[in-house]
Design a protein around this ligand. Structure first.
Ligand SMILES: Nc1nc2c(c(=O)[nH]1)N[C@H]1C(S)=C(S)[C@@H](COP(=O)(O)OP(=O)(O)OC[C@H]3O[C@@H](n4cnc5c(N)ncnc54)[C@H](O)[C@@H]3O)O[C@H]1N2
Ligand code: MOO
Length: 407
């Protein structure tokens, strides 16, 4: 068998998880900047600061429906005011308030020049064309000062901020119609395996098994910001894998190759791609499950190889594909890798290799799902998180604080 650059036989050292992540991070750099309308900018990371193009409020405005008056008149003891007009939100700038008079005003309407207080509708009564204010007036003047929320030129969103609904509100309020955002990676998927068939077709055969990973990993990629760029499935045949990969690479930034990652007689994934110029960055990581995961570059494109065992594949997709995608789309690899530290509810199983096990949390802490295997499928319905358990002889007893990653 040909020697694979970056690979390790069982006698060679595997690359440590943290070292593999460091290597991934050096390659996972933003793809580039594009402009997106507000409608298309959601969940993207902004590449340039967002500045306010206008003051907000744009003028001194009423914070309540009521009557705009001058404090100077109030201070003289005047409480009955002739009403000289009505101001609505959206109205143009108005003539100044005549001293000794009031203007009926609605929330959001600009105050007439000279007015510096709004008395709420509920606190006044009308007598003919005069408004009568109460003797005692609150300290609150119910005026929103011009630029008191933000001023034109203020930095409202910093580069790297992910556009969530609140950030979208701010961009729109800043009078920004388009945002400079990092490009989203296009991700293609290639499942390999003679035994695989489309879900829905296996029962009609005696031995085929449904490809349970293609759609699941594509959804995981979408959840982490990717644009899916098609999926193909090929037999365990190096020529077929190479041909399909070549076609897929023309249309994606990241190609995820599923299966054929290991040492079997028909595990061709990495070997098949070497003639395309595959430059392996790491392969065979000292983790359980998912050891055969590999990552490399073919020119500008990124190629991630997942093992075929379903739980192993989903685990390393979460651990390596998610940060690859957040690195490429400007959020940074850490966006997918910051753990939540939680106490173990029970003693964790021990293993020589570092383990990334499926678990879920309840009031007592993290529970690692029992009897899970790299090939498990049904178990995943209860797997809300991946739990990092250190390798080596040292046990991790109940109460130990462990790193968890939401699935
Ligand atoms: N001698 C060794 N054998 C194995 C090693 C090793 O280091 N030395 N590693 C083991 C580990 S760990 C894993 S994980 C698997 C990974 O195998 P491959 O990536 O080569 O995957 P396949 O051989 O193609 O398939 C393994 C298993 O998974 C099923 N599979 C594959 N793709 C899918 C899919 N899309 N949907 C559903 N099921 C899938 C496949 O049918 C096999 O049952 O290798 C160990 N062996
Ligand atoms: O590590 Mo493999 O991914 O156990 O089955």
């Amino acid at each position: 068998m040909a020697t694979l650059p970056g690979s390790a036989s069982d006698c060679e050292a595997l690359i440590a998880y943290d070292a593999a992540q460091s290597r991934l991070a050096t390659h996972s750099i933003p793809l580039g900047i594009e402009r997106a309308s507000l409608a298309k900018a959601g969940r993207r990371a902004v590449a340039e600061a967002v500045y306010a193009r206008i003051d907000s409020p744009r003028a001194d405005t009423a914070a309540m429906d009521g009557y705009a008056v001058r404090n100077a008149d109030i201070d003289t003891g005047q409480r009955a005011f002739p009403v000289t007009g009505t101001h609505f939100a959206g109205g143009a700038s108005t003539s100044p308030l005549t001293p000794g008079s009031a203007v009926r005003i609605m929330t959001g309407a600009p105050l007439p020049a000279g007015a510096d207080r709004v008395v709420m509708l509920e606190q006044v009564r009308l007598e003919g064309d005069r408004v009568i204010l109460p003797q005692t007036l609150s300290a609150k003047v119910h005026v929103r000062r011009r630029a008191s929320d933000f001023a034109a030129g203020d930095t409202l969103l910093k580069p790297g901020r992910v556009i969530d609904p609140r950030a979208l509100l701010i961009a729109a309020a800043a009078d920004v119609a388009e945002l400079a955002v990092w490009r989203r990676p296009r991700v293609g998927f290639l499942s390999t395996g003679d035994e695989l068939t489309d879900p829905g077709n296996a029962a009609a055969t005696t031995s085929d098994i449904p490809d349970c990973l293609a759609e699941a990993v594509a959804l995981l990629a979408r959840q982490w910001g990717a644009k899916p760029a098609g999926a193909a499935r090929v037999a365990d045949d190096a020529e077929a894998i190479r041909g399909a990969a070549e076609g897929a690479l023309a249309d994606c930034n990241v190609l995820v190759v599923i299966g054929g990652a290991s040492r079997g007689d028909r595990d061709f994934a990495r070997l098949a791609l070497l003639p395309l110029g595959l430059d392996l960055v790491f392969a065979d990581v000292a983790i359980k499950p998912g050891k055969p995961v590999w990552y490399g570059r073919i020119g500008a494109q990124h190629v991630l190889g997942l093992p075929g065992n379903p739980t192993a594949a989903m685990t390393v997709a979460r651990l390596f594909l998610a940060p690859l995608l957040t690195g490429l789309d400007g959020r940074g690899t850490d966006a997918a890798l910051v753990p939540t530290m939680l106490p173990l509810a029970d003693d964790a199983p021990t293993a020589i290799r570092e383990q990334f096990l499926c678990g879920h949390a309840d009031g007592a802490g993290v529970r690692i799902i029992e009897r899970q295997m790299a090939s498990s499928q049904a178990m995943l319905r209860n797997a809300d998180m991946i739990v990092r358990i250190p390798g080596g002889a040292a046990p991790s007893p109940a109460g130990t604080s462990v790193a968890t990653f939401r699935f």
